[in-house]
Design a protein around this ligand. Structure first.
Ligand code: PGA
Length: 250
């Protein structure tokens, strides 16, 4: 079966609301590719201004985080209901920066995945190894552990709708991209793992992105691989380069 490619920008902690509006306006005429799903995952404060700019276009809105709780006394948190009401469709969960700097562990991330799915958001669930882990030859064991924990209690129908982003930590923001063969090896292994946890139908449906210094010069080779269904793009999502990646097939 052919899966629809999904190209998502992860803006991280960049762009004030007015800058975010300007970037969305700049990209607006450039990202109109009917063949791919296009998502901007933006800081919470930028969601509403960006939603306004992308209204009526093919671009969908994503958040960079979501609370594991429904509502109430959780100062500083943003709930799935709030995101849904703001027009958000996707949410990044388990990015390595949140795992590392904010100590989000797999048990907690599992709660976020379940909450997002319950409320109708599509998780973009991130996983990936450090350079030390790659050199020690434990990449696939590590990713297996992450995903098996993060997907506890997720049904196969829910899993089929999800996006998994394979992001080797050593390739994020470093300019060092995994080779297309390295990326395909892990994305293929993730698909096999999904088949093992669920079944081959679910594994055929789930979309797996590569993330880590993806840019116009390397996106075509990566996106040509059979198990790479898209990209999660950081640095290159903050400029017109993003449109070149969206239009990789033209
Ligand atoms: P990068 O970031 O494209 O800047 O490497 C990717 C990510 O962290 O999602």
């Amino acid at each position: 079966m052919s899966r629809r490619k999904i190209i998502a920008g992860n803006w991280k902690m960049n762009k004030t609301p007015s800058e975010a509006k300007a970037l969305a306006e700049l990209l607006k005429p450039l990202v109109d590719n009917p063949d791919v799903d296009v998502v901007y995952c933006v800081p919470a404060i930028d969601l509403l201004p960006v939603a306004e700019v992308i209204k009526g276009t093919n671009v969908m809105l994503g958040a960079e985080n979501v609370s594991d709780q429904d509502a109430g006394a959780y100062t500083g948190e943003i709930s799935a209901d709030m995101l849904v009401d703001a027009g958000v469709k996707f949410v990044i969960i388990g990015h390595s920066e949140r795992r590392q700097y904010y100590r989000e562990d797999d048990a907690f991330l599992n709660q976020k995945v379940l909450k997002a799915l319950e409320k109708g958001l599509t998780p973009i669930l991130c996983c990936g190894e450090t350079l030390e882990q790659r050199e020690a030859g434990v990449t696939l064991d590590w990713i297996r552990l992450q995903l098996k924990s993060d997907l506890q209690g997720v049904t196969k129908e829910q899993a089929a709708s999800m996006v998994i982003a394979y992001e080797p930590i050593w390739a994020i923001g470093t300019g060092k991209t995994a080779t297309s063969d390295q990326a395909e090896e892990v994305c293929g292994a993730i698909r096999k793992l999904i088949a093992e946890i669920y079944d081959t139908d679910t594994a055929e449906k789930i979309r797996i992105q590569y993330g880590g210094s993806m840019k116009p010069s390397n996106c075509r080779e990566l996106l040509a691989k059979p198990d790479i269904d898209g990209g999660l793009i950081g640095g290159a999502a903050l400029k017109a380069d993003f449109a070149d990646i969206v239009n990789y097939n033209k």
